[in-house]
Design a protein. Structure first.
Length: 168
């Protein structure tokens, strides 16, 4: 009887080790957009370590564009900078240590040096104005992808078998 348990235990260890090897070998980092209420996956995007993506929307109070830029690092999402044209509720008005305010050629205010890891990143897709995801060379309407008034959760993780990676 003890040999049977030893064999079973060894088989479990080998299976787990092989599974972890295959997962790390045949998986790639990805950014996944899910419905924040149902968990339905809208779409996954292959990403590289250090790659940036952004979400642009029209601010509900001052009616000007806001772009929030994020970066994938160590399997997590970091906010790295924000770009806006006017002040309003929820728009930064003070700088924290390490942050800089710069002005772009078109007159936008850009805060850099944010570098804050986010435990959760969600947007509620606009009913009046759209939210646009920019990832790589692709601009995606979140309204078209997910629907109006949908809570979209952004998750950084790994996807199995990335044989159809985005063209570079």
């Amino acid at each position: 009887m003890p040999k049977k348990w030893l064999f079973t235990g060894a088989a479990i260890v080998v299976t787990i080790t092989a599974s972890l090897f295959l997962l790390s070998t045949f998986s790639a980092p990805c950014l996944t957009l899910k419905n924040g209420e149902t968990g339905q996956v809208f779409r996954s995007f292959p990403v590289e370590e250090g790659e940036e993506f952004s979400v642009t929307f029209i601010h509900s109070v001052n009616q000007s564009p806001v772009t929030e830029v994020y970066q994938i690092r160590n399997g997590a999402i970091y906010v790295v900078r924000t770009i806006y044209y006017a002040f309003g509720a929820g728009v930064p008005t003070t700088l924290e240590e390490g942050q800089r305010l710069e002005y772009t050629e078109d007159g936008a205010m850009m805060i850099t040096g944010i570098n804050r890891r986010l435990e959760r990143l969600s947007y509620i897709v606009g009913t009046i104005s759209d939210h646009t995801l920019q990832i790589g060379r692709e601009a995606i309407s979140l309204r078209q992808l997910c629907g109006r008034n949908t809570t979209v959760q952004f998750l950084s993780g790994r996807r199995l078998f990335p044989f159809f990676a985005r063209a570079q």
